[in-house]
Design a protein around this ligand. Sequence first.
Ligand code: ADP
Ligand code: MG
Length: 272
Amino acid sequence: MIQFDHVTFRYENADEPALCDVSLRIEEGSFVAIVGHNGSGKSTLAKHINGLLLPSSGTVTVCGLQTNLEENILPIRQQVGMAFQNPDNQLVTTIVEEDVAFGPENLGIEPNEIRSRVDEALASVGMTNYAEKAVHHLSGGQKQRIAIAGILALKPRILVLDEATAMLDPSGRKELIDTVKSLHKTGMTVLMVTQYMEETTECDRIVVMNHGKVVCDDTPKAVFSEVELLAESNLVPPETVKVRNALRELGYSIPDSVLNAEQLAEAVCPLL
Ligand code: ADP
Ligand code: MG
């Protein structure tokens, strides 16, 4: 679905490339997290997926279309929905359902079709009951879900989230992650850039970036066992993994597959 082949990208006047020989393959229907410390190149990578940035060398192919051909940009952008950090920057109207309808309206889609797309998109993010509410009364998590509904109304095949949970409180973050997981279950290909390692335990894969390079690309189970690599990349594993590792150091046997709180509880109860 998404393929990076030896992509290097340098911002104008920058000494170091922001992406350095990045090769990556993302299969249709997968749920992939991109993690890395500030400035490691995550947003630069995300912006290559819909052709907002073009490689200085190498190629990016999305749904079989290369981003470096101008005629491919529009068809690629129709397949890739992007959600960003600040929900307020992504909402354009005052009423929830009008906001979700804004994209399809601009594409000149006929009103009946817009109605059904808006209803479906609001249902997908669990916001049906808020259709007629004022956007400014919503919480941050609800606003992000509306922003995502607006993307879904355009019927993309790929959803890219660039730190979409960063400005949310813990409950808003959980709401959004649950929404993203349910979208993934319906077959959406999801690429999620995040600083919160806790959010990545249920992804198919975690791609770790450091200084513009992919330094690790594997399952959560494998990535969280790379204690040194995570430390070198300035990443802190989820609390549950820290507890797991601390218990191991005390001599308790807890398997690599223990990543989230439920799994940890299940592993610890028999020890008690
Ligand atoms: P991340 O999203 O992981 O924090 P970015 O992709 O935003 O990282 O940035 C990667 C590198 O590129 C950083 O060194 C950053 O300072 C640099 N960079 C980002 N945007 C620009 C820009 N518009 N112009 C010049 N340098 C930039
Ligand atoms: Mg970023």
